[in-house]
Every structure is written in structure tokens, then in C-alpha cells.
Design a protein around this ligand. Structure first.
Ligand code: 8IG
Length: 263
């Protein structure tokens, strides 16, 4: 039996070998719309997921499936281009394997990005939002046993302040993870709003839980790619999600690079 931690240690060892770097400092998970945000940095290595223990090629259009090591200032940054989603049915360990690998590779800071639906009418598609807190609507967790992780400060005050220094226009919101893969009904979106959510998506929360368990400091950044179901009167399509990401690409990549320089 290989435990989840052992598998992450194997992946971290493979990363060290392929990059020639004993450790990395920051990990960034690139979600829908954020794929281009790593393109401005010098690449040390780009490793297809199939070549790393425990990783699988991504099934979703717009998620490419490789791990890139880049130099950002004096920091070594791991960019996970493509993530495993809970709805793929590979289990919660597969969903958080990248996070555990980042911790095993030495990272102390984790930037989780995603594309999501927005509940606030002030946030049209293409608006980046800082995640202030989250609601876990998946009815599961990557943690097993009496592991009572404190989630009071899941999303780091320090990193949120850096993000807002970089872009004072950024708002903050509460992100709720639904299991997916279907989008919400309008009634489910209203429910999420009543519960205190501003953003609805299918990622990030399970990863944030595993990251806090591993002691990582987290920054969460959402790109609102669509109004949540029922708010715009229109149906939701994955194509509009991809288009919103393309339209926002320059702003997102500027935002992310300036945050990483200070993180
Ligand atoms: I991009 O409206 C994207 N991902 N659950 N709802 C959920 N996930 C999403 C949405 C959305 N948009």
C-alpha cells in the first residue's frame, strides 16, 4: 500500500530530479481562464502529468495537464496547469494530490485559482475576485481520522492584502464548492446565496482543506466567468467560460505575476 503522503513524496522527488531544484517555494493551481497566467515566466521544466506519480491527464477542455517549474524573481514556482476535479470520480486523494505534492516539494505558499459562477451583479464575466472564505458543499473531505484542522484563517490575510495592494479594485467573496459536474439550478444558486456564498464552483475547497492540513499559506483567486444560474436569464455553456478567460487573460497574468513577486 502506498499512502497519499508517500505518493506525494514520490511526485516531489520526480519534480526535484526533472527540474534540478531541491525545493520549490510557491505553488499555483491554474483553473479555468487562468491557463495563460504562467506564460510570461522563464520555464525551468514542463512535465506532462502522465510522467509524474499519481497525476493523470486532465479530461476537461481548457485544462491542459502539465506541471511547469518557473523562476519568478528569486522564487521557484510550480504551476499546475490543469487539476483533477471531484466530479471525475477518482476520489478525494486524487483531487488534492497536487496540493500534497506542492507541500512535499517544499512549497509554503499555495495560490488556488478557478473559474466560477458569480452571484453578485457587480461582477460581470471576466471579473477576478479574492476568496475571503469558503463553504464546503461537497459533503466530503480529503482528511481522514481525528485531524481537527483549524479553518479560521483558511485564506491568508497577508496574501489577500498583497493582492489588493497590487489591484485595489479587487473585491472579496465567499466561494462555495458544489460537487458538480452539472451546474446549479437557480434554486441551488439562491440557496448558496442565503448560506453566504458569493461565488459557486466545482474546485478549490477540498484543495484548501488539504493545504491547511499541510500547513500551507493560501491565496484563493476566482475569475467570475459567468453569472450563476438563473441570474442572467440565459443557459450556461462551457464555451462562455473559456471565452471569459481569454478576454481576461492579460489582466489575470499581470495580477498573478505581481502577486507572486511579493508573495
Ligand atoms: I467556470 O456557474 C464555472 N464553474 N458550480 N457553477 C459551478 N461551477 C462553475 C460555474 C458555475 N462556472
Amino acid at each position: 500500500m502506498t499512502t497519499a503522503e508517500e505518493l506525494a513524496a514520490q511526485a516531489a522527488a520526480a519534480i526535484a530530479e526533472r527540474t534540478g531544484l531541491e525545493r520549490h517555494d510557491i505553488a499555483v493551481v491554474l483553473g479555468s481562464g487562468w491557463g495563460g497566467a504562467a506564460d510570461s515566466f522563464p520555464v525551468t521544466a514542463d512535465i506532462p502529468y502522465e510522467q509524474l506519480p499519481g497525476f493523470a491527464a486532465s479530461a476537461v477542455t481548457g485544462h491542459s495537464g502539465s506541471l511547469r517549474s518557473c523562476a519568478v524573481g528569486d522564487k521557484n514556482v510550480l504551476f499546475f496547469a490543469g487539476r483533477t476535479h471531484y466530479y471525475e470520480g477518482r476520489g478525494v486523494d486524487a483531487v488534492v494530490h497536487g496540493v500534497r505534492t506542492a507541500a512535499a516539494a517544499g512549497c509554503t505558499v499555495l495560490v488556488l485559482t478557478n473559474g466560477c459562477g458569480g452571484l453578485n451583479p457587480d461582477w460581470p464575466p471576466g471579473t477576478p475576485v479574492i476568496i475571503r472564505d469558503h463553504i464546503n458543499l461537497t459533503a466530503t473531505t480529503p482528511l481522514v481520522g481525528a485531524n481537527f484542522v483549524d479553518m479560521t484563517q483558511t485564506y491568508s490575510r497577508r496574501l489577500r492584502d498583497i493582492a489588493r495592494t497590487v489591484d485595489p479594485d479587487l473585491d472579496e467573496g465567499v466561494y462555495a464548492q458544489f460537487p458538480g459536474p452539472q451546474y446549479e439550478t437557480p434554486a441551488e444558486v439562491r440557496m448558496a446565496g442565503i448560506l453566504g456564498a458569493d461565488l459557486v464552483g466545482m474546485s478549490t475547497v477540498l484543495e484548501a482543506i488539504a493545504a491547511r492540513a499541510a500547513g500551507l499559506e493560501i491565496l484563493g483567486l476566482s475569475l467570475v466567468t459567468n453569472a450563476a444560474a438563473g441570474l442572467s436569464g440565459e443557459a450556461l455553456h462551457h464555451a462562455e467560460v473559456l471565452q471569459a478567460g481569454k478576454d481576461a487573460a492579460t489582466r489575470l497574468s499581470d495580477l498573478l505575476s505581481r502577486i507572486l513577486e511579493q508573495a
